[in-house]
Write a protein that binds this ligand. Structure first.
Ligand SMILES: O=C(COP(=O)(O)O)[C@@H](O)CO
Length: 253
């Protein structure tokens, strides 16, 4: 991790996706207890399914582990069956929200423009958006990874983000849940390209926005990935479901 005076603490966020019932709260409690006992260098977040959000926020109230949502609608309320709005996430105790995850871009045809609108909705509700970007395997094999990801960065981030707390996550689609990861050189190259877009768009503020890496982050590879230039944290899927694994990744930061 390249840490400069303007670099905030790295962020290690667990995305539980559609996993977790009441009993899973014990894993979150175990993470919070360990973080309280030995405060890590990183900020720590857990993003459970919406059904657990309120209960997890209550269970972790007073702890330094923050709780986040996995998506939100761009409107604050309305007739949108099955959706959840940013003010609702905040009301349930979330302080952060993952937006534009490839599973949503892929399964729900979410466009960059929709993601951008959600970013504004999240900020208006006081949430810190974590905006996901990433190329497919076909795009990488066609030599298009960098233009695809920088294009997503340009189009998924609204113009006026000055002074706002947000983070970006580079998550190659082909690395999610597969055990595959890009080379460290490839991660560094894409992170540098994202950084250039952030600086071009937001000046000094863009220089300090954390850029997380996500995709098959495990205890075994976390230290090397987190030591890569411009990697400002990790967005962790499967390995965040077990406190032991998630804590090992947090310790690597
Ligand atoms: O999708 C992600 C990566 O999942 P892994 O199971 O860690 O490959 C990322 O958003 C974290 O959920």
């Amino acid at each position: 991790m390249t840490v400069s005076l303007t670099t905030p603490r790295p962020l290690i966020a667990g995305n539980w996706k559609m996993f977790g019932l009441e009993a899973s709260l014990d894993e979150a409690r175990a993470v919070a207890a360990a973080v309280a006992q030995a405060p890590p260098a990183a900020r720590v977040a857990i993003c459970p399914p919406a059904t657990l959000l309120h209960r997890m926020a209550d269970a972790l109230s007073g702890e330094s582990v923050i709780v986040g949502g996995q998506d939100c609608h761009a409107a604050p309320q309305g007739a949108y069956t099955g959706d959840i709005s940013a003010p609702m996430l905040a009301d349930a105790g979330a302080t952060l929200v993952i937006l534009g995850h490839s599973e949503r871009r892929g399964s729900y045809d979410e466009t960059c423009e929709e993601v951008s609108a959600k970013v504004l909705a999240a900020l208006a509700a006081g949430l810190e958006p974590v905006i996901c970007l990433g190329e497919t395997l076909a795009q990488r094999e066609a030599g298009q990874a960098e233009p695809i990801v920088t294009g997503q960065a340009r189009n998924s981030l609204p113009d006026d983000l000055s002074g706002q707390a947000f983070a970006v996550a580079y998550e190659p689609v082909w690395a999610i849940g597969t055990g595959l990861t890009p080379t460290i050189a490839d991660i560094a190259a894409i992170h540098a390209a994202i950084r250039a877009v952030l600086v071009e768009r937001f000046g000094d503020h863009g220089a300090s926005v954390p850029i997380l890496y996500g995709g098959s982050v495990k205890p075994e590879n976390a230290a090397e990935i987190l030591a890569t230039p411009e990697v400002g944290g990790a967005l962790v899927g499967g390995a965040s479901l077990k406190a032991k694994d998630f804590l090992a990744i947090i310790a690597a930061a």
